[in-house]
Design a binder for this molecule. Structure first.
Ligand SMILES: [Zn+2]
Ligand SMILES: [Zn+2]
Length: 319
């Protein structure tokens, strides 16, 4: 599509999310690589195969920049840096991504505690714990970035300079890269072609508020094409941003409506917000999302949280 810019489509083992994108951008005698794919058996071979299809090799990576510290975007960072001898840049708020790699038991205990407080039945938590213990982290090795990808950092390529914009919400470490002359936005998972929300809970003050502010930032750029972390690139960037705002509003309203008559646990509220869409495999993700809505509503003074040692409930505040 655009000379000097390549989409590398890499497989993922997640149901419903079968691929992620890494992007290679020509830069002098090599490339800047944005994102890495997940680390698992055979995953470096997959990356090498997609690079080879466009006549590139891992040794040509001059700089690795990751949009955020989710396994599918930085899982292979350590291996690529070792192989290419390049620098690795990422946002410093990556604690959420390091936790599962550096102390998986603690990270699991923390997720189980959130589940328990939210009213998740004990047998489901136990099944989840067993499944998680058998799973690899998806991260080759947790490594510190050589440079912090924060607002205003610039990445030089043959297509021009890409400017870093901090866009937390989906993840505390999320950034987008913008090429102003061509109006190209590498959007990571901040906005995707298919409207799909995900928020990390418990690492920052207000993920929903952060996400809405980040949407304002990207909306102000006037990007004409978004190169996203999953799926095909898409135009009508503004329309996609509006659709994200609308879906957040709709779910905030649904969470509020769920607690209108009585206080409920986060699991009960998630069931009202997501209805039949709630399955055993997506409950963890939907629960985090619901907790983020409740947190946002609490900060707005529209719901209140009551808790004892074992369980938290949320109730509406009548004005
Ligand atoms: Zn992500
Ligand atoms: Zn992703």
């Amino acid at each position: 599509m655009i000379p000097g810019l390549w989409r590398l489509r890499l497989p993922l083992p997640f149901p419903g999310v079968p691929h992620c994108n890494a992007w290679a951008i020509a830069a002098g005698d090599g490339v800047v690589l944005v994102d890495t794919g997940m680390h698992e058996p055979g995953s470096m071979a997959e990356l090498e195969r997609s690079l080879a299809q466009v006549g590139l090799g891992v040794e040509q990576v001059r700089l690795l920049a990751c949009t955020h510290a989710h396994v599918d975007h930085w899982g292979q960072a350590a291996t690529i840096r070792d192989r290419a001898g390049c620098e690795f840049w990422m946002h410093p708020n990556h604690r959420h991504g390091f936790a599962t790699a550096t102390d998986p038991e603690l990270a699991l205990a923390r997720r189980l505690e959130i589940g328990r407080q939210s009213g998740m039945p004990e047998e489901i938590l136990q099944r989840y714990a067993e499944r998680s213990r058998g799973m690899a982290s998806g991260i080759a090795r947790a490594i510190e970035p050589d440079q912090a990808l924060v607002d205003g950092v610039e990445i030089e390529t043959d297509l021009g300079v890409w400017t870093v914009l901090e866009t937390p919400g989906h993840a505390p470490s999320h950034v987008c890269l913008f090429q102003a002359e061509r109006r190209l936005l590498i959007s990571g998972d901040h906005i995707l072609g298919r409207i799909s929300l995900y928020f990390d809970y418990g690492w920052t003050h207000d993920p929903i508020g952060e996400f809405l502010s980040s949407l304002d930032v990207t909306d102000g750029l006037g990007a004409r094409l978004a190169l996203s972390g999953h799926g095909k690139p898409f135009i009508d960037v503004h329309g996609h941003i509006e659709a994200n705002r609308a879906l957040v509003r709709e779910r905030l309203d649904a969470a509020l409506a769920a607690v209108r008559h009585r206080a409920k646990t986060a699991i009960e509220i998630a069931a009202s917000v997501f209805g039949e869409d709630l399955t055993e495999t997506n409950t963890g993700w939907r629960l985090q999302e619901t907790l983020c809505y409740l947190r946002h509503l609490e900060l707005q003074g529209r719901v209140s949280r009551e808790s004892d040692a074992d369980l938290a409930t949320w109730g509406g505040i009548s004005i």
